[in-house]
Design a protein around this ligand. Structure first.
Ligand code: ZN
Length: 425
């Protein structure tokens, strides 16, 4: 990760250093006061003061015995995050995932619930139901409200530049609507919204398998295909916050018709929906957003059959590899255009071995350039609802936005912070 060297007033500098200290502990697991001082370019005294403030606020703790560090008389107790110091909630709303979850300070899921949503085309109503389910989850697991910093909402939709409002979700069949307001009103918690691909990129780059990287591309392949670009640890949003619509990049002419009415989009060659059409599972060759849940459940069925040898007809394997191959062509272009440190595959299709094999085989056939792209390829680990909650942690805790006074007040008023809820997943 990159270490900023901020400028500004003393108090804003201290806010920045607190956020950076927490971020180092999130990424490294443990660090001594001396190490923190070195990494942030602070005096030992300044690092010790920040550590004391964060300990008093119940956000970090000392871990075990002191160990000897280089230099005369330097004994250093390791510091680590206090997992039950902070919680964040997540809501995921896509054809695959209508789910709520709560994570602890390290971004680990401590409670999770799948919510049955009958109608996907009414976004505001769906978010109200999901918010109600979240409140139940918070209560059922006795999550201390005063340590819950907010709710992240992720959607497979494009948001306006304020990230409060869905402006485009033709793939889900959604009309534009306000995302944040119903969640805030229903839960009484601050809410923040994000496109699902962007949330996955931020989560993977801070807590997941790409946490040592600042420049990554996440390509999410499910019913359709989307991407997110993280450049110097910031999301590349584009002019209208709609960067990453790679499903509509031209690939080759097919008999299929994409949601945008073209027949040559990457969606027609490389998506889960394109495999369903070629298998005769999706009715017709025209993408129909009213069938999104049938598409999603058919792909989930395939994922559920992974590992069962008898359920994979040769034609299905061929179609999956061919779709993976089409995506590989695009991944090479991405690598050559952006040169990220890693390319992460996400989404349900990334969990189907034949699809991933198709990507790998095609990249190997593309010579040295393909091999170079293949060397950067990883399969992501973090799921949408967890990414939603991690998003809030990154915004409210692991940044200069951290409201330390709020935690200090709570700790002072109520002696020790309450214990973590018992649930874990
Ligand atoms: Zn298209």
């Amino acid at each position: 990760m990159s270490t900023e060297h901020p400028t500004g007033s003393t108090s804003s500098l201290r806010r920045t250093h607190r956020g950076l200290t927490l971020r180092h502990l999130l990424i490294d697991g443990e660090a001594s006061r001396t190490k923190i001082a070195e990494r942030l370019g602070l005096s030992q005294m300044a690092a010790s003061r920040i550590a004391r403030e964060l300990i008093e606020a119940g956000l970090i703790e000392e871990a075990g015995q002191a160990t000897r560090e280089a230099g005369p008389g330097r004994h250093a107790t390791q510091l680590r995050l206090r997992n039950q110091g902070v919680y964040a909630a997540g809501i995921a709303f896509s054809a695959y995932s209508t789910e709520v979850a709560i994570v602890d300070a390290s971004g680990r899921v401590v409670a999770r619930k799948i919510v049955d949503i009958k109608r996907h085309d009414d976004g505001a109503s769906a978010l109200c139901l999901l918010s109600d389910a979240l409140i139940e989850l918070i209560e059922a697991h006795s999550i201390p409200r005063d340590r819950l910093v907010g709710v992240g909402v992720v959607l497979s939709a494009y948001l306006d530049t304020s990230r409060n409002r869905v402006v485009s979700a033709s793939y889900l069949g959604l009309e534009p609507f306000d995302v944040v307001e119903p969640v805030t009103t229903r839960t009484g918690l601050p809410a923040t919204a994000e496109n699902i691909n962007n949330a996955l990129a931020l989560a993977e780059a801070n807590i997941g398998i790409a946490k040592e990287y600042d420049n990554i591309v996440v390509v999410r392949s499910a019913t359709s295909i989307g991407a997110s670009i993280l450049q110097q640890s910031s999301i590349v949003r584009g002019h209208g916050n709609r960067a990453g619509r790679i499903g509509h990049v031209r690939h080759c002419a097919t008999k299929l018709t994409c949601s945008c009415n073209r027949n040559d989009c990457l969606n027609c060659s490389a998506s889960g929906w394109s495999v369903l059409v070629r298998q005769g599972i999706a009715s017709g060759e025209v993408y129909d957003s009213t069938h999104i849940q049938q598409y999603a459940s058919a792909i989930e069925n395939m994922v559920g059959n992974v590992g069962r040898d008898d359920s994979w007809p040769p034609k299905l394997c061929r179609d999956l590899r061919s779709a993976g191959g089409a995506l590989a062509d695009f991944l090479l272009t991405v690598d050559q255009t952006i040169d990220p440190e890693a390319i992460l595959l996400a989404g349900s299709m990334s969990r189907i071995p034949d699809y991933v094999t198709g990507i790998e085989q095609r990249l190997r056939k593309l010579g040295d350039n393909g091999e170079a792209t293949l060397a950067k390829l990883r399969v992501g680990e973090i799921r949408a609802v967890r990414a939603a909650a991690i998003l809030v942690l990154l915004e409210k805790v692991y940044s200069s936005n951290l409201d330390l006074a709020a935690f200090q007040d709570r700790s002072a008023g109520g002696s020790k912070p309450r214990l973590r809820a018992g649930a874990s997943t």
